[in-house]
Design a protein around this ligand. Sequence first.
Ligand code: ZN
Length: 278
Amino acid sequence: MVNTKNIRKSICEVGKLLYDRGYIDASGGNISVRDGDKIYLSPRQSGEHHQWTIDEDSIIVTDMCKIPIIGELSKITRESVSHYYIYNAFPEVKAIVHAHPPFMMSFGSAHMDIPAVSEGTRCVIGTLPITNIEESIPGSSQQAERVVENFNQRKKIDPECGLICNIPFHGIFSAASDLNYAFLFVEVSEINCKILINRQIMFGNNPKADLSIHHQITREEINSIGQDKEACEIGFKYRDPFGNETVYQGQKSPLASNVSADLISKITEEVLRKLKNN
Ligand SMILES: [Zn+2]
């Protein structure tokens, strides 16, 4: 989704996506991306005045202290202070989303932490609950300091956790290594909250409901998810695409690794031809 060659376009696209999915609303939400020593920000009142149908030329570019390079100072999002504070505190953060996701905000409006229950949330942002900062004046440096403090606390407990926090009665801040992940943190957290709320409505008073997590997924297990794995046991007997009885030798068998790309494409062509003729 995110076009890294065109940051301004990416901000417009992700803004529309956040709006269409109900994670930001007409009253607020803003997005920024860091590229080297430059910050790209969505313009002020993108929701209120444009329902997030904004064009690339409206994206403002500044230095690290909000001095505009492209665009006007008065057009920068009103929440920009928190964005700059986060960038200056966390060099690894390259993109930030401030959103108003209603299910997350339901927890914030009760000053309740959000436990990570869904597999997506636990694997993407980690098992730490998403916590609230103190109620703050929107757009203030007070809010910015509290968001940075919240993220520092999260990192102290789990250095690999995703950076996301709730602001009571207001919204959330998500900060990540790129805009895809800043969006992903919002989406998995919001789905996590939908699950929590749904199961409370559906099963909260049912004594038969077991709401506990039976397997606490470890960081090692999370890291293993993307590793390549054998789909069959070595020695498994099966019929190959040519109809021959064969024995599985493993993905990394010497035979497989010696097969040239040319031979693979020839086999693929042959299989496709046979499928076509059948
Ligand atoms: Zn807001």
